[in-house]
Design a protein around this ligand. Structure first.
Ligand code: B12
Ligand code: SF4
Ligand code: SF4
Length: 381
């Protein structure tokens, strides 16, 4: 097949991608150059926290040829998820749970995977006998640098991919194939001297331009981290209970973002009150967050985050429900409730906590208790 024929087929694939709801499409080669090296450096610095899967697939992430033998091209796609406009005023609504925009609707893996399968079928009809593999954050690929090479945008200082005239509120996905296709023109960096994302970050997680220490990132702390949230980040988490949008909200390029009309990415979550969420049962959790990405962190993860947010809420009405969850079966929830009660009620709450946790055996809860006692009782508790 000659180049002209390939270009024609690619143009047809691009319009098919558009009809499926993808709003950006490009092709790159399966090489990453210096990016692979930087990824190795990032892992050596320990910036990956407990995300063991990043280390497990490290060699493949650095080299897509190890992901699909004989791969010659990677087709990259963008999907707009900008369901609602958002500015920084959300942090003042301290009694309301803040959920990242990307998590307000259906789980994107469930929405984008069938679209990629349709795309894959179409590639097979265009290039008979070819091999393909699809990914939407489901495999060992460095999706952002690949998308930059495919011309979909550039990896900004906040480390997300963003595009001139579009912003960054979109998901990435890919199809690897052994067909050699014409490559797109890589996108240039347009961050310039701006550093708004670095300055706004509540936990100073962007430790240098283009470098994120995930251990500090609220998205990691509220979603990926399974255990206790380090005490030094709890206040900075504010009312964020699932992910964080700040570095994207302040990005000047996001003033060009347009809301998606994709029916699968309309805002589905109602506004949630923290005080209601802390009282949620396992059955209600499963029913309420069915199909939502929030189900990933399970009730124990959600209530851990909600307890932290309530500790930051300044709302004394949260004290009785927090006392109630000191009886919860889940130590992770009890531990964070102890902290929250200390924040909301100070030393006065100590007798209540002590009585409730008299027979407490779990170390993570005992540590929190000791900390509150030391803080409000001069250390002689
Ligand atoms: C692990 C992960 C996370 C981690 C780590 C984030 C990160 N920056 O990588 C955590 C849990 C923190 C996270 C958070 C979020 N994530 Co995430 N995440 C991933 C995942 C699974 C892997 C990313 C990865 O490999 N990171 C490893 C590090 C090394 O990559 P990196 O930060 O880009 O590192 C590069 C730079 O450090 C650079 N570098 C180092 N030194 C230097 C020096 C210079 C001069 C330069 C230029 C570069 C440079 O080289 C490194 C290698 O490329 C991808 C899906 C995928 N498979 O790619 C989704 C993905 C990146 N996440 C996504 C989203 C939406 C988010 C959140 C916005 C969700 C939210 N609202 O809470 C936040 C954003 C936080 C942020 N500021 O980045 C989207 C991003 C879409 C986009 N527009 O870019 C992705 C692509 C998922 C998807 N399929 O759509 N995520
Ligand atoms: S997502 Fe939030 S915590 Fe993470 S880097 Fe961006 S602003 Fe910082
Ligand atoms: S806020 Fe500024 S520095 Fe950060 S990604 Fe956007 S343009 Fe780049």
């Amino acid at each position: 097949m000659n180049l002209v024929e390939k270009k024609e087929k690619l143009a047809r694939l691009e319009s098919f991608a558009e009809s499926l709801g993808f709003d950006g499409f490009g092709v790159t080669r399966p090489e990453l150059g210096p990016v692979g090296e930087r990824f190795g450096k990032w892992l050596r610095a320990g910036y990956d926290g407990e995300m063991a899967y990043l280390r497990r697939g490290a060699e493949q992430r650095k080299n897509p040829r190890l992901v699909l033998d004989g791969v010659k091209s990677i087709l990259c796609f963008r999907t707009n998820y900008y369901a609602m406009e958002k500015d920084m005023s959300y942090i003042a609504h301290r009694e309301t749970a803040d959920i990242s925009i990307y998590a307000l609707n259906k789980d994107y893996h469930d929405v984008i995977t069938p679209r990629l399968r349709e795309m894959e079928k179409r590639i097979h009809t265009q290039f008979e006998g070819c091999r393909t593999r699809i990914y939407v954050d489901t495999g060992p690929l460095l999706e952002k640098p690949l998308a930059q090479q495919a011309g979909l945008g550039w990896v900004g200082k906040h480390t997300n991919l963003l595009t001139q005239g579009t912003g960054s509120w979109y998901f990435l996905s890919e199809i690897l194939t052994d067909v050699a296709l014409p490559q797109s023109q890589p996108a240039d960096d347009h961050c310039g001297t701006c550093r708004s994302c670095i300055d706004i970050c509540p936990t100073k997680a962007i430790v240098a331009p283009y470098v994120l220490d995930a251990n500090r990132c609220i998205s990691y702390l509220t979603i990926e981290l399974k255990g206790v949230i380090p005490v030094e980040y709890r206040k900075a988490i504010g009312n964020r209970i699932y992910g964080c949008d700040d570095c994207q909200i302040v990005c000047p390029w996001n003033s060009y973002a347009t809301k998606t009309d994709d029916p699968d990415f309309q805002k589905k979550q109602d506004t949630l009150k923290l005080i209601d969420l802390i009282q949620i049962t396992d059955a209600t959790f499963r029913q309420r967050f069915k199909g939502s990405p929030i189900k990933r962190i399970k009730r124990r993860g959600l209530l851990r985050n909600v307890a932290v947010a309530l500790g930051n809420s300044g709302n004394p009405q949260a004290i009785p429900p927090l006392i109630k969850v000191l009886d919860d079966d889940e130590p992770l929830i009890r531990a964070h409730a102890v902290w929250a009660l200390g924040e909301l009620a100070g030393g006065e709450i100590l007798p209540v906590i002590r009585k409730k946790l008299n027979d407490e055996n779990e170390d993570i809860v005992r540590v929190e208790l000791a900390r509150v006692v030391a803080r409000f009782n001069g250390g002689c508790g």
